[in-house]
Structure formats: structure tokens, C-alpha cells
Write a protein that binds this ligand. Structure first.
Ligand code: PRP
Ligand code: URA
Length: 208
């Protein structure tokens, strides 16, 4: 089976418990999404290239680092919107694009409703932000749009991933790495991640 990169850290486990707990209120849930996003983006950027930059400290000249290629961030609406600001705080120089896709809860197929993306993404690292990777349909659709624009360095940044979604993505987009805060057991008969956290969009923004 394809393996995602799962962030192993006690603070991730604690925040993930907050997300999973059905008694967590909406504001606390959104805060945990932001905090976990910062941690997962930090891990997703581990191998980012930097280049040296000359600076002065108050004491002496020094060589610092700047990102050689700031990534484009692409939150997947609606639930990925809760990750956008926290990811942007980690990489303030990033350009942000947006993809809107809602899963049809009968067929479990993605229903796209908007895309606002840079025209060319060739050679540019792209981080796709979506808390849930379930069947993988929404993420695969989003990455199709990115590949249409030439993207060849895509990372899927998720909070909870299901093995089914990881596998589907590996088939559809073998070069895409999945970085997640948790890899759960499976999908249930309704396509929900088990044990998961329920509906990530509704828990942040309310049921539509
Ligand atoms: C959720 C989630 C993903 C998708 C995952 O969004 O944020 O985008 O489901 O499911 P999949 O891997 O089976 O496609 P949802 O469609 O509920 O829309 P929302 O973000 O507007 O709540
Ligand atoms: N979308 C969610 O928000 N949660 C799931 O468990 C599956 C899809």
C-alpha cells in the first residue's frame, strides 16, 4: 500500500483528540484545525530548498536563508478554508489559489463548483490543503486541475487520511506525496473516515 507521511508528535495527538471528540464546540474545532495545519505544513516543507541570504544581526554580518521557491497554497473549499490562514502564516510569501468541490454524498463523487488558480504551475511547489482525504475523489479532482496547469511538484496536506484515499491518489497521481496528521483505519459504508472526526466542513462552519 502507498504510505503517507504521518506527523508523529504528542502535540499532534492532543490536537487530533480535540478534533475527533464529538463534544468539541465549533470555535475550539476551528482552532485545533489551525494548530494542526501549522504542524503538518511545517512537516510538508521539511525538504523545501532554501538559498543563502546575507543579513546583519545587531552584532555582526550573517548568512540567513530564504525559500528558493515559495509554494502555491491551494485550500479545497469549503473545509480547506479553515487551514488556509494557518498555512499562509507559515509561508507568508506564498500565492494562494482556490478550488471548490463538494462531494455528492449519494455517489461519493466530487462535484466541482469553482477554481481560481495561477495559469502556470510548472516547477512550482504546490501544497493542496484539505483536512479530509476519504475516497480521494476531491483531492484527485483538485490535482487534475493543477496538472492541467503544468504542476509537477504537488503535496497533499491533510489532517485525517483514509487508506482508500491514499491508495486512489497513488494510482491517479503517483508522484504526489500525502502528508497527514493521522492515517485512520478505513471508510464506512457512507464513505466517512473511521474513526475520523465526522464532517470537517460542517464542524467548522455549520451544516448546510
Ligand atoms: C469533504 C472534505 C474533502 C472531501 C473528502 O468536503 O473536506 O474535500 O469531503 O472526501 P473524498 O475524499 O471522498 O472526496 P465536502 O465534500 O464534505 O465539502 P465541504 O468542504 O464543503 O464541507
Ligand atoms: N468528508 C468529511 O468531512 N469527513 C469524512 O469522514 C469523509 C469525507
Amino acid at each position: 500500500m502507498a504510505e503517507p507521511r504521518v506527523v508523529r508528535h504528542p502535540l499532534v495527538d492532543v490536537r487530533m483528540t480535540t478534533l475527533r471528540d464529538e463534544t468539541t464546540d465549533r470555535a475550539t474545532f476551528r482552532a485545533a484545525v489551525r494548530e494542526l495545519t501549522a504542524m503538518v505544513v511545517y512537516e510538508a516543507m521539511r525538504d523545501a530548498e532554501t538559498r543563502p541570504v546575507g543579513i546583519r544581526t545587531p552584532v555582526a554580518g550573517a548568512t540567513g536563508a530564504e525559500l528558493a521557491a515559495p509554494p502555491v497554497l491551494v485550500p479545497v473549499l469549503r473545509a480547506g478554508l479553515g487551514m488556509a490562514e494557518a498555512a499562509h502564516a507559515q509561508v507568508p510569501g506564498a500565492v494562494m489559489g482556490f478550488v471548490g468541490v463538494a462531494r455528492d454524498e449519494e455517489t461519493l463523487r466530487p462535484t466541482p463548483y469553482m477554481a481560481s488558480l495561477p495559469g502556470s504551475l510548472a516547477g512550482i511547489p504546490v501544497l493542496v490543503l484539505d483536512p479530509m482525504l476519504a475516497t480521494g475523489g476531491s483531492m484527485a479532482h483538485t490535482i487534475d486541475l493543477l496538472v492541467d496547469r503544468g504542476a509537477d511538484r504537488v503535496t497533499a496536506v491533510c489532517l485525517v487520511a483514509a487508506p482508500e484515499g491514499v491508495e486512489r491518489l497513488a494510482q491517479a497521481h503517483p508522484t504526489v506525496e500525502v502528508v497527514a496528521a493521522a492515517l485512520d483505519e478505513r471508510l464506512n459504508e457512507h464513505g466517512y473516515i473511521v474513526p475520523g472526526l465526522g464532517d470537517a466542513g460542517d464542524r467548522q462552519f455549520g451544516a448546510m
